[in-house]
Each structure stands twice: as C-alpha cells, then as structure tokens.
Design a protein around this ligand. Sequence first.
Ligand code: RFL
Ligand code: PHB
Length: 390
Amino acid sequence: MKTQVGIIGGGPSGLLLSQLLDLQGIETVVLEKHSRDYVLGRIRAGVLEQGFVKLMHEAKCSARMDAEGEVHDGFYIAHDGIRDRVDLKGLTGGDTVMVYGQTELTRDLYDAREKMGGKVIHLAQDVMPYDMTTDAPHLTYTKDGTDHRIDCDYIIGADGFHGVSRKSIPADKITEYERVYPFGWLGVLSRTKPVSPELIYAKHKRGFALCSMRSQTLSRYYIQVPLTDSVDDWSDEAFWAELKRRLPPDVADALETGPSIEKSIAPLRSFVAEPMRYGNLFLAGDAAHIVPPTGARGLNSAASDIYYLYHALLDHYKTGDDTGLEAYSQKALARVWKGQRFSWWMTTLLHSFPQNSSFDNHLQQTDLEYLFSSEKALGSLAENYVGLSF
Ligand code: RFL
Ligand code: PHB
C-alpha cells in the first residue's frame, strides 16, 4: 500500500490529523494497535480549550460537541473548608473551556473518518517505522496473521506515551526530560448528578481531590492515592467516604453517590522528548510529552501539535514550502513547555507531597493565599487554563 502520510496511533491526535488532512485531499492511513471499542473504553480527558474546539470545527466533526458539550465560565478551588472561584471568562476577557469527554470526541472522530471513507486500520500489530531518515520511509505491521507494508512520504508518531514511534528513534538523537510524582489519581465514573455545575479542584491535607463531570447525569471524580494502592484496595464505599473527607462540608453533604461504572488509577508524570522530529518521523501528542492531569493540559497540548503539523504538511503539499516542517519541533516544544510549567505548578499547588517539609507546606499555603489575593496571579492561572494561543 502507498499513502502520503502514515499515522501510527488512532487516539485523538492521530484521528484529528488524519481527518484534517483528508479534508484537504491529502491521503493518510492510521494504524491503531487496539480495537475501536478498547480505545473508546479508556476514560481520560474532560476539559477542552477553545483552540481544540476550533480544530474540531475545522475538522467538520463538531456537531455533537456543540450540542452536548458544556461551556464552563469558571471553576472552583476548594481549600481550608471553603471554595474560591476562578472566573475564567471575567479574568481572560471572555475565554471559556468546553467540558466534553475524550471518549465522545474520539467517537466523533471515528465516525467522521468512517463517513469520509478514511483508512483507519484497527488491531494493527507489531507496527514498525523504517527508513525515517530517507525520502522513502515505510511502515510495516501484521494483521490477522498477514504482514503488510505501507510506503509514505511522512510518518507521524501519534501512538501515545507507550507507543513504538519515540522508542524507534536512536537514543543519541533524542533527549528525555522527566519528573515522576510520588502519587497517582484514582478516578471513578458514576451515573450521578455532578455535585457542582463547575469543576472543583480540592486541596486537602489528606490529599488532592477533583469533582468533574461528563454531563448532567454522569460524574467523574478523582482522589490522590499512593502509588502502592491498586483499584482493588478501593471499594466504592471507601472511595466516596474518602472523597467526602477532602471536600468542604457543604459540598460533601450535597454529594450524590452511586455505583462506579469505571474505576482506574493513573500515575502522575511530567515528560518531554526533544526534538519532536527524527528525519521524516514527526512525534505528536502523548508520544512526545505527558503532563500530570491537574491543569487539564494533556489533550490540549496534543491539539497544538496537530495544529502546527497540519499547517506544515498543508504548506508542503499545496505550495512546496517546507519551513513549517523545519520549524515544527521548535514551535511545538515552545508551547509544550508552557503547558508543562503550568501542569507542574497546579500539581505542586494542590497535592499533598509526602516528602514535604513544614517549610515546603508553608510555601504551598502561601502560594494559594497569594493567588486569591491578586487579580494578576489569578489572571495568569486563568490564561493558562483556557489555553495559550497556538
Ligand atoms: P493516546 O490517547 O494515548 O492515543 C495513542 C493511540 O496509539 C495507540 N498505540 C499504537 N498504535 C499502533 N501501534 C502501536 N505500537 C501503538 N501503541 C499505542 C494506542 O492504542 C492509542 O489509541 O494519545 P494522543 O492521541 O496523543 O492523546 C493524548 C490524550 O489521550 C491525553 O493527553 C489526555 O487524555 C490527557 N488528559 C487530559 N488532557 C486534557 O487536555 N484535559 C483533561 O481534562 C485531561 N484529563 C488526561 C485526563 C489523562 C488522564 N489519564 C488517564 C492519563 C485525565 C486522566 C485521568
Ligand atoms: C476529567 O474530567 O477527567 C478531568 C477534568 C479536569 C482535569 C483532569 C481531568 O484537570
């Protein structure tokens, strides 16, 4: 098989790029290791910034998101038994975020690809990129016991943190920066009414907690847990009891509980690989960088990669101009690092760190007091949360 752009990974990054390029008449093939149901079964992001929403419009698959997604003008930070509101709209002069689940967004992208007859190959095993430093790179994979080869102009590594793309770059050609946090997030999805119309990020000495949602009948809650915990250690009852302990009393009293329909633990990690290009292999999204979910930046950082890559490939195919491709890594990384800084800061501000000294804890508390005493500090938080411009 031959195509122009071979994409490894059928998550949001790979599907969005494929959809955008196809709309411009540029051929793509997406190779996804798992089944469609498996990909849609992963419960991940919930908050999208405006830049992402605009890209979904450009990709012509925003109808359901526009109808069912919720626009949020702000969120709360709970601490010391109270809630302080971050007025995103007021602080940024009109910017908001969209609450729409990654599962639904991925489903919309799959549907859009299917409608256009896009090639998305599921259950593609042992995908490998070859000859990335030549003008004729190719991909190989196995499906149903048969070996396949795809020749392409460019390969896009959009296969997430554990994918094969980044790992296929020689170690001396890539630098990795990493911070691993000594805790994870235990997440629960439940068919209950969200406790608050806006998200609540809660700082508590027992650990961080987050009240989020997917719709007015579907709630998503998280609590900080030690890395040594497993899902089996947490019955639904234990989860709800611990969540309540970490919320202000009025919020805890209003919390509607119910059986979990999904429960999982995600470790927290900051990670960046530089550069995001090796010859004609370009990395995008979680394949190149990971953030702790505290600032809701992960999927949104992927969106800016896709934006830069889409325009760079468009320039190449439409006008023969390669300056966008040459500048891709540098441009994408400049924004990625700002997302890293913000996610690290939000994580540091709101979590309980087992190794912290009393001095560290004082600084953390002061950081929070400063935040809610300064419009400028709040403005900076809001500007980053709604997403810096691409
Ligand atoms: P994905 O979604 O990991 O998709 C990669 C795809 O590649 C496939 N794959 C392969 N395919 C072929 N061959 C191989 N060798 C392959 N290896 C892997 C995988 O099966 C998969 O389908 O990466 P992508 O597309 O870059 O998207 C990134 C986002 O998924 C991620 O950044 C966000 O989910 C992060 N995130 C959040 N981001 C936000 O912007 N806002 C949020 O509110 C938010 N909340 C979250 C989050 C992530 C979380 N977890 C579980 C890590 C909340 C959580 C709990
Ligand atoms: C979510 O709803 O899953 C979610 C929301 C905000 C975050 C992280 C996760 O910062």
